[in-house]
Design a protein around this ligand. Structure first.
Ligand code: COA
Length: 401
């Protein structure tokens, strides 16, 4: 018997501080329209060292588990590209901080911003295979995105975590298991050498790698989706998806991706007319997913899932029973286009993530304070649900308040 598997509940954590992107533009002597219209940013989350990948992951995970209610867990996966140790996974810290059951599989997955999706796929296929025996999985995407002061990537930083309970008969989004397309190639578009806090990025090249990967992954998904009659091949396939959530390194990238996707659909239908509906299609299918991303910035592995939560938060009740497309991209690179159908209780479950309150609880800081925090190596020591407190005997220590 085919099992229905997907996202049961979600939780989000962001740092307590953010800056206005216009304040940053002003300080850097850049026209604010470049950051707001050119990149699509409004605000950017700023993490102090106490709010590291583990602390953010633990808080998001705690919230997702509270939203899901009582669930027997058999797997915990953390997708991250900003781990805190070369060997000990972020997942094992989260497992300990949340006092999760001993009888679980616990591990990290890494491939730049795709790492979270690697975890989602591992969990979904574990449950779909029947091996989970009715147990659920907790998948957490957590990262602190840093390019450094005065770099081209500076306005596209951010930090945050999104956690998901993956389960049978899911309330939020049932994934189309086995209907996905992947694309990978060995490229140096973005990487972070061992020992460096800041990423290296060839930004314009990374945008080309992203759109090239999208084309191949989308074609793979489309072929399978048409064969299984999830979409009709004689129409514009992407228009048959109620929303498309893209990986969001910065919001404008999602717009570029969507334009490229439609061009591909047009080309495959042999159409040579201009795409007059492109702007309306972006506004309806993609824009609602960008609200939170524009206020947090890039959160690497979690960006796609923050976009998904935004889209559901905006209009889950009108999306029930409708199919969404998702595109996950990890530099280096690997990618996957997949899809899922919105569940009957998606509005109730997305409301439990309390996205608006999580964002509203933050403090806006000045650019002076941001620059000071970016230079810190030791935690500020402020109370928080979970926080990194320092290194003792080569061990990272965490506190719970
Ligand atoms: N008003 C409005 N828009 C403006 C503007 C102004 N005054 N000045 C520039 N712009 C627009 C540009 O036209 C461009 O938009 P377009 O690409 O649609 O044409 C956009 O703002 C960015 O300008 P650009 O000159 O390309 O910026 P940049 O070279 O300084 O850097 C990135 C932009 C995105 C390449 C850089 O921030 C980066 O590398 N970020 C990291 C990207 C990443 O994470 N990649 C890895 C994962 S996929």
């Amino acid at each position: 018997m085919k099992l229905r598997v997907g996202i049961e509940a979600m939780g989000v954590a962001v740092p307590r501080r953010f800056i206005s992107i216009e304040d940053l533009a002003e300080r850097r002597g850049v026209d604010p329209a470049k950051y707001t219209h050119g990149l699509g940013a409004r605000e950017m989350a700023i993490a102090e060292p106490g709010e590291d990948t583990v602390a953010l992951a633990a808080l998001a995970a705690q919230r997702a588990l509270a939203a899901a209610g009582n669930r027997e867990l058999g797997m915990l996966v953390v997708g991250t590209e900003t781990g805190v140790d070369h060997s000990k996974p972020v997942a094992s810290f989260v497992h300990g901080l949340l006092e999760l059951p001993r009888t679980m599989r616990v591990f990290d997955t890494q491939h730049a911003c795709y790492g979270g999706t690697a975890g989602v796929m591992a969990a979904v296929e574990w449950i779909a295979s029947g091996a989970a025996g009715g147990r659920a999985a907790l998948v957490v995407c957590s990262d602190v995105a840093r390019y450094g002061l005065h770099t081209a990537g500076e306005p596209t930083q951010g930090a945050g975590a999104v956690a998901m309970v993956i389960a049978q008969d899911p309330a939020m989004l049932e994934l189309d298991v086995g209907i996905s397309g992947a694309a990978s190639s060995h490229v140096h578009d973005f990487w972070r050498p061992l020992g460096q806090r800041e990423a290296q990025v060839d930004g314009h090249y990374s945008m080309r790698c992203y759109t090239d990967a999208l084309a191949t992954a989308y074609r793979g998904w489309k072929q399978r989706a048409i064969a299984r009659e999830l979409v009709l091949g004689d129409g514009i396939a992407s228009e048959q998806l109620a929303r498309i959530c893209y990986h969001v390194p910065f919001c404008k990238m999602a717009k570029k991706a969507h334009v490229a996707l439609r061009a591909l659909d047009f080309a495959e239908l042999g159409r040579t007319d201009t795409d007059d509906a492109a702007a309306a299609s972006f506004a309806a299918q993609v824009e609602p997913s960008l609200a939170a991303c524009s206020r947090v910035g890039n959160i690497y592995t979690g960006s796609l899932y923050l976009a998904l939560l935004s889209a559901l938060d905006a209009s889950a009740s009108s999306l029930v029973g409708k199919r969404l497309g998702l595109f996950s991209y990890g530099s280096g690179c690997t990618s996957e286009f997949f899809s899922g159908v919105v569940g009957a209780r998606a509005a109730e479950l997305s409301a439990r993530a309390e996205l608006a309150s999580v964002l509203a609880a933050r403090d806006r800081i000045s650019i002076d304070e941001y620059e000071r925090i970016m230079g810190l190596t030791a935690p500020l020591g402020q109370p928080a649900s979970f926080r990194f407190t320092g290194v003792e005997a080569h061990r990272r220590e965490y506190a719970r308040d």
